[in-house]
Ligand binder design. Sequence first.
Ligand code: HEC
Length: 128
Amino acid sequence: MDKKITQFITFGFMLSLLIFLMAGCYNDSKEYLYPELPGACDTTNITYAGSVQPIIDSYCKSCHSGSSPSGNLVLETYSQVKAIADDGRLVNVINATNGYPLMPQGSSLPDCSIQIFEKWVASGAPNN
Ligand code: HEC
């Protein structure tokens, strides 16, 4: 093959790879990428939609959704999560305090996620 064409194809391939990789990183949050990195926990501007719900989706929904949810508890909507925030169970289960079972069942949340839940509950568990 002509050398210029080969170079052109190689360049095109590298460029698409670069674009693909950059696009792949675009939506990743710091917490998701570096859950255990000390100091990487950003607890400023905590919101339900941006901070709390993604954690519920990743760590709780597998058991607490659908027609036969674990513990007969569904955590699919804001008001369902708000209910366990207000009655104290959310903070208790993620820390296994006051006799509550540890959630997620069998393994605890990353420290940063626990801090996010606690701060959100302490600020009144707003729907923001
Ligand atoms: C692997 C399945 C599983 C996952 C994941 C899970 N849970 Fe549970 N959860 C259960 C089961 C089973 C029960 C009921 C049995 C029990 O109380 O030990 C329960 C009960 C609960 C209760 C009620 C506790 C009580 O005594 O009133 C709350 C609140 C709760 N879960 C919150 C959560 C939250 C928040 C998450 C995510 C951080 C989560 N769960 C993740 C299985 C799970």
